[in-house]
Design a binder for this molecule. Structure first.
Ligand SMILES: *Cc1c(COP(=O)(O)O)cnc(C)c1O
Length: 450
Protein backbone atom coordinates (compact mmCIF):
# COMPACT_ATOMS: atom_id res chain seq x y z
CA UNK A 1 0.00 0.00 0.00
CA UNK A 2 1.17 3.53 -0.81
CA UNK A 3 0.85 6.37 1.69
CA UNK A 4 -1.80 8.92 0.71
CA UNK A 5 0.52 11.61 2.02
CA UNK A 6 4.11 10.74 1.17
CA UNK A 7 3.37 8.75 -1.98
CA UNK A 8 5.84 6.14 -0.71
CA UNK A 9 5.04 2.51 0.05
CA UNK A 10 3.87 1.91 3.62
CA UNK A 11 6.29 -0.28 5.54
CA UNK A 12 3.46 -1.68 7.69
CA UNK A 13 0.11 -2.96 6.52
CA UNK A 14 -2.36 -0.20 7.22
CA UNK A 15 -4.96 -2.37 8.85
CA UNK A 16 -6.55 -3.01 12.21
CA UNK A 17 -5.78 -6.55 13.28
CA UNK A 18 -6.77 -7.97 16.66
CA UNK A 19 -5.43 -11.50 17.07
CA UNK A 20 -5.32 -11.81 20.89
CA UNK A 21 -6.95 -10.22 23.89
CA UNK A 22 -5.61 -6.70 24.36
CA UNK A 23 -3.11 -6.68 25.99
CA UNK A 24 -2.13 -10.14 24.72
CA UNK A 25 -0.09 -12.82 26.52
CA UNK A 26 3.33 -11.53 25.46
CA UNK A 27 2.45 -8.00 26.52
CA UNK A 28 1.18 -9.29 29.85
CA UNK A 29 4.45 -11.14 30.37
CA UNK A 30 6.42 -7.98 29.69
CA UNK A 31 4.11 -6.07 32.00
CA UNK A 32 5.02 -8.48 34.80
CA UNK A 33 8.71 -7.86 34.18
CA UNK A 34 8.08 -4.14 34.14
CA UNK A 35 6.34 -4.17 37.50
CA UNK A 36 9.54 -5.56 39.02
CA UNK A 37 11.73 -2.97 37.34
CA UNK A 38 9.78 0.28 36.85
CA UNK A 39 7.91 2.14 39.60
CA UNK A 40 4.13 2.41 39.21
CA UNK A 41 4.39 6.21 39.27
CA UNK A 42 5.22 5.95 35.57
CA UNK A 43 1.91 4.88 34.06
CA UNK A 44 0.88 3.59 30.63
CA UNK A 45 -2.49 4.24 29.01
CA UNK A 46 -2.52 0.80 27.40
CA UNK A 47 0.23 -1.68 28.30
CA UNK A 48 0.63 -3.33 24.92
CA UNK A 49 4.34 -3.58 24.19
CA UNK A 50 5.17 -2.07 20.84
CA UNK A 51 7.45 -3.55 18.20
CA UNK A 52 6.58 -1.39 15.23
CA UNK A 53 4.52 1.65 14.29
CA UNK A 54 3.91 3.76 11.22
CA UNK A 55 1.23 5.52 9.20
CA UNK A 56 -1.91 5.04 11.26
CA UNK A 57 -1.05 1.85 13.16
CA UNK A 58 0.85 0.63 16.21
CA UNK A 59 1.89 -3.05 16.18
CA UNK A 60 2.47 -5.00 19.40
CA UNK A 61 4.49 -8.06 20.46
CA UNK A 62 1.44 -10.29 20.09
CA UNK A 63 0.98 -9.28 16.46
CA UNK A 64 -1.98 -6.96 17.05
CA UNK A 65 -2.18 -3.90 14.85
CA UNK A 66 -4.00 -1.05 16.58
CA UNK A 67 -5.41 2.05 14.95
CA UNK A 68 -3.50 4.97 16.41
CA UNK A 69 -5.64 7.89 17.64
CA UNK A 70 -2.93 9.11 20.03
CA UNK A 71 0.31 9.76 18.13
CA UNK A 72 2.24 9.20 21.36
CA UNK A 73 0.43 12.29 22.74
CA UNK A 74 0.54 14.47 19.63
CA UNK A 75 4.20 13.71 18.93
CA UNK A 76 4.24 11.62 15.76
CA UNK A 77 2.09 13.92 13.64
CA UNK A 78 4.17 13.06 10.59
CA UNK A 79 3.77 9.37 11.41
CA UNK A 80 5.98 6.98 13.32
CA UNK A 81 9.39 6.33 11.79
CA UNK A 82 8.38 8.73 9.03
CA UNK A 83 10.61 8.02 5.99
CA UNK A 84 12.13 11.51 5.80
CA UNK A 85 12.89 11.47 9.52
CA UNK A 86 14.48 8.02 9.31
CA UNK A 87 16.66 8.98 6.34
CA UNK A 88 17.96 12.18 7.90
CA UNK A 89 18.55 10.64 11.32
CA UNK A 90 20.34 7.60 9.87
CA UNK A 91 22.60 9.79 7.84
CA UNK A 92 23.39 11.91 10.92
CA UNK A 93 23.87 9.06 13.38
CA UNK A 94 26.73 7.74 11.29
CA UNK A 95 28.54 11.10 11.24
CA UNK A 96 28.29 12.34 14.86
CA UNK A 97 25.81 11.86 17.67
CA UNK A 98 26.73 14.68 20.03
CA UNK A 99 29.16 17.48 20.54
CA UNK A 100 27.03 19.66 22.83
CA UNK A 101 26.01 22.85 21.01
CA UNK A 102 27.50 24.80 23.94
CA UNK A 103 30.88 23.17 23.28
CA UNK A 104 31.16 23.00 19.50
CA UNK A 105 28.12 23.92 17.37
CA UNK A 106 26.74 22.46 14.13
CA UNK A 107 24.59 23.77 11.30
CA UNK A 108 21.39 21.76 11.79
CA UNK A 109 20.72 23.49 15.16
CA UNK A 110 20.95 26.88 13.48
CA UNK A 111 18.75 25.71 10.59
CA UNK A 112 16.03 24.54 13.01
CA UNK A 113 16.13 27.89 14.80
CA UNK A 114 15.95 29.80 11.52
CA UNK A 115 12.95 27.73 10.51
CA UNK A 116 11.21 28.29 13.85
CA UNK A 117 11.82 32.04 13.62
CA UNK A 118 10.20 31.96 10.20
CA UNK A 119 7.13 29.78 10.86
CA UNK A 120 6.06 30.90 14.35
CA UNK A 121 3.37 33.61 14.62
CA UNK A 122 4.42 37.21 13.89
CA UNK A 123 6.87 38.63 11.36
CA UNK A 124 9.00 40.51 13.91
CA UNK A 125 12.64 39.62 14.49
CA UNK A 126 12.98 36.47 16.60
CA UNK A 127 15.53 34.18 18.21
CA UNK A 128 15.20 30.50 19.12
CA UNK A 129 17.09 27.95 21.15
CA UNK A 130 16.63 24.25 21.69
CA UNK A 131 16.03 22.09 24.74
CA UNK A 132 14.94 18.50 25.43
CA UNK A 133 11.30 18.59 26.41
CA UNK A 134 8.12 20.58 26.70
CA UNK A 135 8.61 21.24 30.39
CA UNK A 136 12.09 22.55 29.75
CA UNK A 137 10.79 24.83 27.01
CA UNK A 138 8.10 26.32 29.27
CA UNK A 139 10.52 26.69 32.16
CA UNK A 140 13.03 28.54 29.97
CA UNK A 141 10.31 30.77 28.56
CA UNK A 142 9.45 31.85 32.11
CA UNK A 143 13.12 32.42 32.95
CA UNK A 144 13.47 34.73 29.96
CA UNK A 145 10.25 36.61 30.72
CA UNK A 146 11.37 37.22 34.30
CA UNK A 147 14.82 38.29 33.18
CA UNK A 148 13.53 40.64 30.49
CA UNK A 149 10.84 42.28 32.66
CA UNK A 150 12.57 42.23 36.04
CA UNK A 151 9.21 41.03 37.43
CA UNK A 152 8.36 37.79 39.21
CA UNK A 153 4.67 36.85 39.08
CA UNK A 154 3.50 34.30 36.53
CA UNK A 155 -0.15 33.78 35.63
CA UNK A 156 -1.42 30.37 34.55
CA UNK A 157 -4.91 28.99 34.06
CA UNK A 158 -7.29 26.51 35.57
CA UNK A 159 -7.17 23.19 33.65
CA UNK A 160 -3.69 24.09 32.39
CA UNK A 161 -0.86 21.57 32.01
CA UNK A 162 2.73 22.65 31.50
CA UNK A 163 4.93 19.75 32.62
CA UNK A 164 6.32 17.86 35.58
CA UNK A 165 9.36 19.83 36.76
CA UNK A 166 9.03 21.95 39.89
CA UNK A 167 8.06 25.17 38.11
CA UNK A 168 5.94 23.59 35.37
CA UNK A 169 4.20 21.30 37.88
CA UNK A 170 3.38 24.44 39.85
CA UNK A 171 1.96 26.05 36.70
CA UNK A 172 -0.12 22.91 36.13
CA UNK A 173 -3.63 23.10 37.57
CA UNK A 174 -4.43 19.52 38.48
CA UNK A 175 -3.39 17.99 41.79
CA UNK A 176 -3.87 14.28 41.10
CA UNK A 177 -1.72 12.86 39.62
CA UNK A 178 0.64 15.71 38.71
CA UNK A 179 1.19 17.57 42.00
CA UNK A 180 -0.17 15.47 44.83
CA UNK A 181 2.51 14.96 47.47
CA UNK A 182 5.22 16.75 45.49
CA UNK A 183 5.10 20.15 47.19
CA UNK A 184 6.20 22.70 48.19
CA UNK A 185 5.64 24.36 44.84
CA UNK A 186 7.45 27.27 43.21
CA UNK A 187 6.44 30.73 44.43
CA UNK A 188 4.73 33.55 42.53
CA UNK A 189 2.36 31.47 40.40
CA UNK A 190 -1.25 32.69 40.17
CA UNK A 191 -4.17 30.91 38.56
CA UNK A 192 -7.05 32.38 36.55
CA UNK A 193 -10.17 30.89 34.95
CA UNK A 194 -9.90 30.08 31.23
CA UNK A 195 -12.68 30.55 28.64
CA UNK A 196 -14.31 27.15 29.02
CA UNK A 197 -17.37 27.68 26.82
CA UNK A 198 -19.19 24.44 27.64
CA UNK A 199 -19.19 25.21 31.36
CA UNK A 200 -19.41 29.00 31.29
CA UNK A 201 -22.25 30.02 33.66
CA UNK A 202 -23.89 32.57 31.32
CA UNK A 203 -23.56 30.37 28.22
CA UNK A 204 -20.97 29.81 25.52
CA UNK A 205 -21.88 32.94 23.53
CA UNK A 206 -20.70 35.27 26.31
CA UNK A 207 -17.75 33.20 27.40
CA UNK A 208 -14.82 34.76 25.49
CA UNK A 209 -15.25 38.42 26.51
CA UNK A 210 -16.56 37.62 30.01
CA UNK A 211 -13.75 35.18 30.82
CA UNK A 212 -11.16 37.67 29.58
CA UNK A 213 -12.68 40.48 31.66
CA UNK A 214 -12.73 38.23 34.72
CA UNK A 215 -9.11 37.12 34.30
CA UNK A 216 -7.93 40.67 33.67
CA UNK A 217 -9.85 41.96 36.68
CA UNK A 218 -8.38 39.28 38.94
CA UNK A 219 -4.84 39.87 37.68
CA UNK A 220 -5.26 43.59 38.22
CA UNK A 221 -6.68 43.26 41.74
CA UNK A 222 -4.80 40.26 43.09
CA UNK A 223 -1.33 40.71 41.64
CA UNK A 224 -1.08 44.10 39.98
CA UNK A 225 -0.06 44.12 36.31
CA UNK A 226 3.29 45.75 37.03
CA UNK A 227 4.32 42.71 39.07
CA UNK A 228 3.46 40.21 36.35
CA UNK A 229 6.33 38.88 34.24
CA UNK A 230 4.29 36.52 32.10
CA UNK A 231 0.95 34.99 31.31
CA UNK A 232 1.48 31.34 30.33
CA UNK A 233 -1.33 29.81 28.33
CA UNK A 234 -2.07 26.84 26.11
CA UNK A 235 -4.07 28.20 23.15
CA UNK A 236 -6.06 24.97 23.35
CA UNK A 237 -5.65 23.32 26.76
CA UNK A 238 -4.40 19.77 26.19
CA UNK A 239 -4.34 17.56 29.29
CA UNK A 240 -7.12 19.74 30.73
CA UNK A 241 -9.52 18.34 28.14
CA UNK A 242 -8.96 20.12 24.82
CA UNK A 243 -10.59 23.29 26.09
CA UNK A 244 -10.45 25.66 23.13
CA UNK A 245 -10.87 29.09 24.67
CA UNK A 246 -14.02 30.81 23.44
CA UNK A 247 -13.49 33.30 20.58
CA UNK A 248 -12.12 36.65 21.65
CA UNK A 249 -10.49 35.38 24.83
CA UNK A 250 -6.91 34.97 23.60
CA UNK A 251 -6.83 38.27 21.66
CA UNK A 252 -8.16 40.13 24.75
CA UNK A 253 -5.54 38.55 26.99
CA UNK A 254 -2.83 39.33 24.42
CA UNK A 255 -3.93 42.96 24.26
CA UNK A 256 -3.93 43.27 28.06
CA UNK A 257 -0.43 41.79 28.21
CA UNK A 258 0.86 44.15 25.57
CA UNK A 259 -0.65 47.21 27.26
CA UNK A 260 1.01 46.26 30.56
CA UNK A 261 4.44 45.04 29.51
CA UNK A 262 3.55 41.45 30.41
CA UNK A 263 5.11 38.68 28.32
CA UNK A 264 2.55 36.43 26.69
CA UNK A 265 3.98 32.91 26.63
CA UNK A 266 2.07 30.51 24.40
CA UNK A 267 2.57 26.91 25.43
CA UNK A 268 2.19 25.30 22.01
CA UNK A 269 3.82 22.06 23.13
CA UNK A 270 0.74 19.98 22.26
CA UNK A 271 -0.95 22.29 19.73
CA UNK A 272 2.03 23.13 17.53
CA UNK A 273 3.25 21.87 14.16
CA UNK A 274 0.04 21.63 12.12
CA UNK A 275 -1.89 19.67 14.76
CA UNK A 276 -4.83 22.10 15.00
CA UNK A 277 -5.13 22.86 11.28
CA UNK A 278 -2.82 25.85 11.57
CA UNK A 279 0.93 25.65 11.93
CA UNK A 280 0.38 26.99 15.47
CA UNK A 281 -2.91 27.27 17.32
CA UNK A 282 -2.27 30.98 18.00
CA UNK A 283 -2.54 31.59 14.25
CA UNK A 284 -6.26 30.82 14.38
CA UNK A 285 -7.11 34.22 15.90
CA UNK A 286 -3.96 35.98 14.75
CA UNK A 287 -2.51 36.13 18.26
CA UNK A 288 1.23 36.87 18.33
CA UNK A 289 2.84 35.75 21.59
CA UNK A 290 6.08 37.27 22.87
CA UNK A 291 7.52 33.82 23.54
CA UNK A 292 6.44 30.37 22.33
CA UNK A 293 7.28 27.04 23.97
CA UNK A 294 7.30 24.02 21.66
CA UNK A 295 8.09 20.30 21.79
CA UNK A 296 6.03 17.14 21.07
CA UNK A 297 5.22 17.34 17.32
CA UNK A 298 8.47 19.14 16.50
CA UNK A 299 10.73 16.17 15.76
CA UNK A 300 8.65 13.12 14.86
CA UNK A 301 9.39 11.35 18.14
CA UNK A 302 12.97 12.37 18.82
CA UNK A 303 13.27 14.35 22.04
CA UNK A 304 13.38 18.06 21.28
CA UNK A 305 11.90 21.23 22.70
CA UNK A 306 12.28 24.82 21.57
CA UNK A 307 11.79 28.36 22.75
CA UNK A 308 11.19 31.10 20.20
CA UNK A 309 10.75 34.71 21.22
CA UNK A 310 11.12 38.36 20.34
CA UNK A 311 14.77 39.06 19.56
CA UNK A 312 14.92 42.01 21.96
CA UNK A 313 13.87 39.79 24.90
CA UNK A 314 15.88 36.74 23.98
CA UNK A 315 19.06 38.74 23.34
CA UNK A 316 18.96 40.26 26.84
CA UNK A 317 20.00 37.13 28.73
CA UNK A 318 23.74 36.97 29.52
CA UNK A 319 26.01 34.42 27.82
CA UNK A 320 25.72 30.96 29.37
CA UNK A 321 22.37 31.78 31.01
CA UNK A 322 20.50 29.44 28.69
CA UNK A 323 21.27 25.97 27.36
CA UNK A 324 21.71 22.36 28.43
CA UNK A 325 23.93 19.39 27.62
CA UNK A 326 21.63 17.68 25.15
CA UNK A 327 19.47 20.59 24.00
CA UNK A 328 19.25 20.51 20.21
CA UNK A 329 20.94 17.14 19.90
CA UNK A 330 22.03 16.67 16.25
CA UNK A 331 19.79 13.64 15.69
CA UNK A 332 16.78 15.55 17.01
CA UNK A 333 17.67 18.56 14.85
CA UNK A 334 17.82 16.44 11.70
CA UNK A 335 14.47 14.94 12.66
CA UNK A 336 12.96 18.40 13.15
CA UNK A 337 14.18 19.53 9.74
CA UNK A 338 12.60 16.42 8.23
CA UNK A 339 9.33 17.12 10.07
CA UNK A 340 9.18 20.67 8.74
CA UNK A 341 9.81 19.41 5.20
CA UNK A 342 7.15 16.76 5.64
CA UNK A 343 4.54 19.21 6.97
CA UNK A 344 5.05 21.29 3.85
CA UNK A 345 5.45 18.52 1.27
CA UNK A 346 2.61 16.46 2.71
CA UNK A 347 0.25 19.43 3.10
CA UNK A 348 -0.23 18.42 6.71
CA UNK A 349 -1.82 21.69 7.84
CA UNK A 350 -4.64 21.09 5.37
CA UNK A 351 -4.65 17.42 6.24
CA UNK A 352 -5.22 18.26 9.93
CA UNK A 353 -8.20 20.40 8.92
CA UNK A 354 -9.55 17.57 6.82
CA UNK A 355 -9.24 15.19 9.78
CA UNK A 356 -11.30 17.62 11.89
CA UNK A 357 -13.87 18.02 9.12
CA UNK A 358 -14.16 14.24 8.91
CA UNK A 359 -14.38 13.60 12.64
CA UNK A 360 -16.47 16.44 14.01
CA UNK A 361 -19.73 15.85 12.05
CA UNK A 362 -19.67 12.15 12.98
CA UNK A 363 -19.01 12.98 16.63
CA UNK A 364 -21.76 15.61 16.66
CA UNK A 365 -24.19 13.07 15.20
CA UNK A 366 -23.11 10.64 17.92
CA UNK A 367 -23.69 13.35 20.57
CA UNK A 368 -27.22 13.88 19.17
CA UNK A 369 -27.96 10.23 19.86
CA UNK A 370 -26.28 9.98 23.25
CA UNK A 371 -26.86 12.75 25.76
CA UNK A 372 -23.88 11.50 27.78
CA UNK A 373 -21.71 13.26 25.18
CA UNK A 374 -22.01 16.80 26.49
CA UNK A 375 -19.56 18.52 24.19
CA UNK A 376 -17.61 17.93 20.97
CA UNK A 377 -14.73 20.34 20.62
CA UNK A 378 -11.23 21.08 19.39
CA UNK A 379 -9.74 22.05 16.06
CA UNK A 380 -8.09 20.18 13.23
CA UNK A 381 -6.71 16.84 14.38
CA UNK A 382 -7.02 17.80 18.07
CA UNK A 383 -10.60 16.78 18.84
CA UNK A 384 -12.30 15.61 22.02
CA UNK A 385 -15.64 14.61 23.46
CA UNK A 386 -16.59 15.43 27.05
CA UNK A 387 -18.73 12.81 28.79
CA UNK A 388 -21.32 13.79 31.37
CA UNK A 389 -24.36 12.34 33.12
CA UNK A 390 -26.80 14.09 30.78
CA UNK A 391 -28.26 17.56 31.19
CA UNK A 392 -26.70 18.10 34.64
CA UNK A 393 -23.27 18.24 32.91
CA UNK A 394 -21.89 16.33 35.88
CA UNK A 395 -18.60 14.75 34.73
CA UNK A 396 -18.76 11.04 33.94
CA UNK A 397 -15.27 9.57 34.37
CA UNK A 398 -16.60 6.00 34.84
CA UNK A 399 -18.27 5.97 31.43
CA UNK A 400 -15.17 7.58 29.93
CA UNK A 401 -12.99 4.76 31.27
CA UNK A 402 -15.47 2.17 29.98
CA UNK A 403 -15.62 3.67 26.48
CA UNK A 404 -11.84 3.83 26.31
CA UNK A 405 -11.57 0.24 27.55
CA UNK A 406 -13.90 -0.93 24.79
CA UNK A 407 -12.02 1.01 22.14
CA UNK A 408 -8.75 -0.53 23.30
CA UNK A 409 -10.23 -4.03 23.28
CA UNK A 410 -11.39 -3.49 19.71
CA UNK A 411 -7.95 -2.28 18.60
CA UNK A 412 -8.37 1.49 18.70
CA UNK A 413 -5.75 3.34 20.75
CA UNK A 414 -7.39 6.43 22.28
CA UNK A 415 -6.42 8.63 25.23
CA UNK A 416 -8.36 10.35 27.97
CA UNK A 417 -7.92 13.86 29.32
CA UNK A 418 -9.72 16.42 31.44
CA UNK A 419 -9.50 17.71 34.96
CA UNK A 420 -12.32 15.30 35.86
CA UNK A 421 -11.01 12.44 33.68
CA UNK A 422 -14.17 12.64 31.57
CA UNK A 423 -12.77 13.56 28.17
CA UNK A 424 -11.83 11.19 25.36
CA UNK A 425 -9.29 12.87 23.13
CA UNK A 426 -8.31 12.11 19.57
CA UNK A 427 -4.86 12.92 18.23
CA UNK A 428 -4.45 10.76 15.15
CA UNK A 429 -1.22 11.00 13.18
CA UNK A 430 -1.79 13.61 10.48
CA UNK A 431 -0.78 10.98 7.93
CA UNK A 432 -3.39 8.43 9.03
CA UNK A 433 -5.02 6.80 5.98
CA UNK A 434 -8.67 7.73 5.49
CA UNK A 435 -9.97 4.17 5.89
CA UNK A 436 -8.38 3.84 9.34
CA UNK A 437 -9.75 7.19 10.49
CA UNK A 438 -13.23 6.12 9.42
CA UNK A 439 -12.87 2.65 10.94
CA UNK A 440 -11.69 4.16 14.23
CA UNK A 441 -14.74 6.42 14.36
CA UNK A 442 -16.91 3.36 13.73
CA UNK A 443 -15.35 1.57 16.72
CA UNK A 444 -16.03 4.57 18.92
CA UNK A 445 -19.64 4.70 17.72
CA UNK A 446 -20.07 0.98 18.48
CA UNK A 447 -18.67 1.52 21.97
CA UNK A 448 -21.48 4.02 22.65
CA UNK A 449 -24.15 1.82 21.04
CA UNK A 450 -23.15 -1.02 23.38
C1 LIG B 1 3.19 17.57 27.21
C2 LIG B 1 3.08 18.99 27.53
C3 LIG B 1 4.08 19.66 28.25
C4 LIG B 1 5.27 18.94 28.83
O1 LIG B 1 6.04 18.38 27.84
P1 LIG B 1 7.17 17.27 28.25
O2 LIG B 1 7.91 17.06 26.98
O3 LIG B 1 6.39 16.07 28.70
O4 LIG B 1 7.97 17.86 29.32
C5 LIG B 1 3.96 21.01 28.45
N1 LIG B 1 2.91 21.69 27.97
C6 LIG B 1 1.93 21.10 27.28
C7 LIG B 1 0.80 21.91 26.76
C8 LIG B 1 1.97 19.72 27.05
O5 LIG B 1 0.98 19.14 26.38
Amino acid sequence: MTSQITGRPERLRQERRVVTEIPGPKSRELQERRVGAVPPGVGSVLPVYVTDAGGGVVVDVDGNSLIDFGSGIAVTGVGNASPRVVERVKEQVERFTHTCFMVAPYESYVAVCEALNRITPGDHEKRSFLVNSGAEAVENAVKIARYATGRQAVVAFDHGFHGRTLLTMTLTAKSMPYKHGFGPYAPEVYRMPPAYAYRWPTGPGNCGPEAAAQAIDQITKQIGPLNVAAVVIEPIQGEGGFIDHAPGFLPAIAEFCQANGIMLIADEVQTGFARTGDMFACDHEGVVPDIIAMAKGIAGGLPLGAVTGRADLMDKVHGGGLGGTYGGNPLACEAALAVLEEIEAGGLVERARWIGETMVPRLRALAEKHDVIGDVRGRGAMIAIELVRGASKEPNPELTAEIVRRCHAAGLLVLTAGTYGNVVRFLPPLVIPEHLLVEGLGILESAFED
